[in-house]
Design a protein around this ligand. Structure first.
Ligand code: ADP
Length: 493
């Protein structure tokens, strides 16, 4: 908006007409005082100011304007009589743009000047806008940077207080911060601790991790700079994300040597103890079996001997499980795979369970008249384990269903279903883990929690899959699938 200040309405009228004809919005004031009031209230792009006015003249108005911080940059075009000395025109107004036009006004010159100032004003306004947005951007960045630094500071204090070796890296994997513990193991603040010669090199491993963008968890042996002995550490590094992007990585090395040794000792103990127990037990079993054969039916001691044999068998099974466990731990669980008749093996297993638990009804469904390539004894072990668990965990409903068949994908399917206590959903994914027993029922049913772990290992080693479907109070269905070459069509019910 352009403000025209003149004491003569006819002058104002002619100026206003010229400007509005060229689409410039205008405002008017008939005196210096009125002009100043308007300038205070509104912002103008340009002021056209008559020099000679009664009361405040144009110079005084300009001088007053230069004192207003809000208005001092508004350009002014003075309207002066032809004979006004130029030096008077510059008087009192030093900031903002300025020009003058002599009367009588030449409309072309007026428009030229107005256009120039208007363009300047617009450019200025644009510059101011850009400047303001840049300033706010800078402010914002400063604030964010400050916050980030504060957060990094907090994180560093936390990492410094940890007993573990801790560090952070930039998104590209370059080490950024290390705590004091790091320096006890690493050659410098920017290099990873060297690992045992049998373990992977950490710098290389780290490069791969950064490329994949997913968390790293591995066990490595590292040693203190002042020690000879390497100790196992668990290295965990996780990416910190801001939205989709990784902003940094945070990692720790935790000394797990003592736990490792404890596990090693426990494994050694289980292995030695089960071997040591197995030999005398085998002898006891042989003698009790001899005794059993030497006593004839009417003798009441035969009953005791038979009961002893049942208990000896239970003990023997436990020890065999413990031996298998230590073989799995040491990678020595061997498989003797060859083709065998699956149906025959299954009938044997079921027969054995029927004899041991005569009050249980075992319903066999489906068929699997195939030759399976695998370790017959081990597959039988899985089936017997599923069946004995079905018996053990269904003390009330004494019926068990066993479904077998070959699926469309060519795999053998075996499922043992009971109608016993069932397993809660949150336990189901754990029961194939080592030593896992459902706590609520652990006291009621004896066991070591390794049977299913061994089954899982056996099935895995046959490239198979396993699982359970169960509902508390309704029973469980344990199943496994292993590949076979012969295909029959079968749909599990
Ligand atoms: P164990 O029976 O010696 O405890 P397993 O490894 O055979 O060990 O089984 C692990 C756990 O899974 C058991 O302790 C029990 O809680 C649960 N479980 C296994 N089979 C069944 C089943 N048929 N019904 C209900 N729970 C079962």
């Amino acid at each position: 908006m352009i403000l025209i200040v003149d004491d003569k309405p006819e002058n104002i009228f002619s100026l206003k007409t010229i400007l509005e004809l060229h689409s410039f919005p205008t405002d008017t004031a008939l005196s210096g005082e009125e002009a100043l009031k308007k300038i205070l209230r509104q912002s103008y792009a340009l002021i056209i100011l008559d020099v000679q006015m009664p009361g405040m003249d144009g110079f005084e108005v300009a001088e007053a304007i230069s004192g207003y911080s809000k208005a001092r940059d508004i350009p002014i075009i003075f309207l002066s009589a032809a004979n006004t000395d130029k030096k008077f025109i510059t008087k009192g107004y030093s900031s903002g743009g300025m020009d003058y036009i002599t009367k009588p006004i030449d409309p072309d010159i007026l428009l030229l000047k107005v256009k120039t100032f208007y363009r300047l004003y617009e450019q200025n306004r644009e510059l101011n806008r850009i400047q303001a947005s840049l300033r706010s951007e800078i402010e914002f960045r400063k604030k964010v940077e400050g916050e980030l630094q504060e957060r990094a500071g907090e994180l560093h204090s936390i990492l410094e207080s940890l007993p573990q070796i801790a560090f952070t890296t930039r998104a590209d994997g370059k080490i950024e911060f290390v705590n004091q513990q790091w320096l006890k193991y690493a050659p410098s603040k920017t290099e990873f601790p060297p690992t045992h010669s049998d373990d992977p090199n950490l710098a290389r491993q780290w490069e791969k991790t950064v490329a994949t963008g997913s968390a790293l968890e591995m066990e490595v042996r590292i040693r203190r700079n002042d020690a000879e002995e390497y100790r196992f550490h668990l290295l965990r590094v996780i990416p910190i994300r801001e939205g989709e992007m990784i902003s940094k990585w945070v990692g720790t090395f935790t000394d797990i040597e003592d736990q490792k040794q404890a596990v090693r000792k426990k494994d050694e103990f289980i292995s030695i103890a089960s071997h040591e127990l197995k030999t005398p037990l085998t002898t006891i079993k042989a003698y009790v079996q001899l005794l059993d054969r030497s006593i004839d039916e009417p003798d009441p001691t035969k009953l005791y001997v038979e009961r002893t044999l049942v208990q000896v068998k239970k003990l023997d099974d436990l020890i065999v499980d413990l031996l298998d466990l230590s073989k799995i731990e040491s990678g020595k669980l061997k498989f003797n795979k060859k083709l065998f008749k699956f149906d025959a093996m299954l009938s044997n297993a079921i027969e054995m369970i029927r004899q041991t638990y005569p009050d249980y009804k075992i319903v066999q469904r489906g068929e699997a008249d195939i030759e399976l390539y695998g370790d017959e004894m081990r597959i039988e072990q899985v089936v017997i384990n599923y069946l004995t668990n079905a018996v053990k965990y269904s003390p009330d409903i004494k019926e068990i269903h066993i479904d077998t068949g070959v699926q469309e994908d060519g795999r053998l399917f075996v499922q043992v279903r009971d109608f016993g206590i069932g397993i809660r959903k949150d336990h189901q994914s754990n029961i194939f883990s080592k030593f896992y027993r459902v706590e609520e029922t652990a006291n009621r049913f004896q066991g070591l929690g390794i049977g299913l772990y061994i089954c899982a290992e056996i099935i895995r080693r046959h490239e198979g899959e396993f699982g359970v479907e169960s509902e508390p109070g309704k029973g469980s269905a344990f199943y496994f699938m292993v590949p076979v070459t012969q295909a029959h069509s079968y749909q599990p019910q």
